[in-house]
Design a protein around this ligand. Structure first.
Ligand code: FAD
Length: 452
């Protein structure tokens, strides 16, 4: 095994390779409940060529390769389940191009959300991207790879729908490009070449994305969040339908949680609005609060809690950690909007049975086309009993998602196996063939989508 270490040092250079237990320990777990597992080596490449060399080495030596962005998926997706070489991509962090007219950015795979946000604010203040509520060190690439959603999800959908092009190192070491960058130098579109999208949702088991192009959008001068609340969860789907019909909001989130206690059982909405002038802001607020929601207010079914100017990034990551000892994990799902009441009631029941204060959140994706509904379970990492309860609640929730007709978002290994069990046989056979062709050595992030 020592020869693998020396080969990695030759590829990357000594400073950015480690097999020291104290450093491997840091890479052995994520923030969620997944069992820790140490990699055998960590390597932090700087170039696509170095990634190619690492993958070729892993094939020769038959050891696993696990790509790591920010490591914040929470579902154990970058925990090296079978050891091997953990490839930390954070040094590949150049912002290669920002095209103001064509509104896109070309990034290396290690660029973080916060890095892109602050770079745009400094150098291209007229542009913004759809930033998830994840902690700021999450990478843009890691997020699109798991079909993440950000604060422009309402008008523009999943972040993975906003990709203009990719550069990928395949599990056998070759480099491929997809989108307009496959035939020229420009990264402005992913269409209309033949469809060979093989990388999103696969948890790095079909290749390592080294560069990507994402769409940018006009950044309005005034941004803020309006808050609305109702008691009856049955009203949530129609309220979302009414808000999204105005097409005036950037992000629409409904949530309910047990803490603080006065919020128990209430359904809150946060509605992000952006405008370039006071006139535009007033117009949008009128359409949402008066025209769409006025009837709920006048009937006494709901209340408008006000509008706060300025929008902190990220928002969601600040809301989830309640237990002393700090730890939480959530099951995410992609669900039809009309399932909100049942998702809320069943999730609350699971939380209460496991003695965990409930937190549920539904983010609207597209114009009401679906929502990302998440059930969050907090635990104290120092207390094994709370971890056991959280794990049980998470598994029950994975089962619930499929029972309610949803799709588990970024499933951990338990949810992956449930999903595989339900896959259409033709789809499953095709996925198996794709995996065998792309990764004949079975080296890429093994343990994920296993037995497809
Ligand atoms: C508090 C909190 C709030 C969150 N809110 C949101 C939210 O609002 N929206 C949202 O979408 N997500 C959210 N998340 C989930 C998650 O943090 C984000 O989706 C995050 O962007 C994932 O990126 P990452 O760099 O951490 O990915 P990682 O966890 O590093 O990687 C995810 C998967 O992709 C693989 N991978 C990573 N990089 C590459 C690459 N370059 N090539 C191939 N495979 C790769 C990894 O092996 C892993 O399987 C939240 C998480 C937390 C903790």
């Amino acid at each position: 095994m020592k020869s693998i270490y020396r080969a990695l040092v030759d590829i990357v250079d000594g400073e950015h390779v480690s097999d020291r237990p104290e450093e491997l320990y840091i890479y052995s777990f994520d923030l969620g409940t997944a069992e820790p597992r140490r990699p055998d080596y960590v390597a932090a490449p700087r170039t696509t060529e170095q990634v190619q060399e690492i993958v070729r080495l892993a094939n020769r030596e038959k050891v696993p390769v696990v790509p790591l962005g920010g490591g914040l998926s929470l579902a154990g997706l970058a925990v090296p389940l079978k050891g091997g070489i953990l490839v930390d991509l954070k040094r590949m962090d150049s912002i290669l191009e920002v095209n103001e007219r064509g509104r896109y950015a070309v990034l290396e795979c290690g660029v973080s959300q916060a890095q892109l946000t602050s770079y745009l604010a400094r150098n291209h203040p007229s542009l913004t991207h759809s930033e998830p509520g994840a902690p700021p060190t999450a990478t843009v690439a890691g997020n699109v790879l798991i079909h993440g959603q950000g604060d422009l999800a309402q008008p523009y959908g999943f972040n993975s729908d906003q990709v203009n092009g990719l550069e990928v190192v395949l599990p056998t070491g070759e480099v491929c490009r997809f989108g307009s960058c496959a035939i020229g130098v420009s990264w402005f579109t992913n269409h209309p070449l033949p469809d060979v999208g093989l990388f999103f949702g696969w948890c790095g088991t079909t290749g390592i994305i080294t560069k990507l192009s994402i769409r940018l959008y006009p950044a309005k001068r005034i941004r803020g969040v309006g808050q609305f609340v109702v008691e009856d969860e049955e009203l949530v789907p129609e309220i979302i339908e009414k808000i999204t019909a105005t097409q005036m909001a950037e992000d629409v989130i409904a949530y309910s949680r047990a803490i603080p206690p006065f919020g128990l059982g209430l359904q809150h909405f946060t509605v992000n609005i952006a405008a370039n002038s006071e006139k535009e802001l007033e117009f949008k607020q009128e359409l949402i609060w008066d025209d769409a929601l006025g009837e709920y207010i006048s009937r006494g079914d709901g209340g408008y809690l006000g509008f706060t100017r300025g929008l902190e990034h990220p928002q969601i990551s600040k809301t989830s950690d309640y237990k002393k000892g700090g730890g939480f994990e959530y099951v995410g799902s992609i669900m039809p909007i009309e399932k909100y009441p049942e998702c809320y009631r069943r999730g609350r029941e699971i939380s209460e049975r496991h003695d965990i204060p409930y937190t549920v959140t539904g983010r609207c994706i597209g114009v009401g086309h679906s929502m990302m509904f998440a059930w969050t379970y907090a635990f104290n990492r120092a207390d094994p009993e709370t971890m056991r309860q959280a794990r049980e609640a998470l598994h029950e929730t994975d089962d619930l998602v499929l029972e309610l007709g949803g799709v588990i978002w970024k499933p951990g290994t338990y949810g992956q196996q449930l999903t595989i069990g339900l896959l259409h046989p033709g789809t499953r056979a095709l996925m198996r063939r794709i995996k065998e062709v792309l990764d004949p050595g079975g080296i890429m992030n093994p343990g994920n989508w296993e037995g497809i």
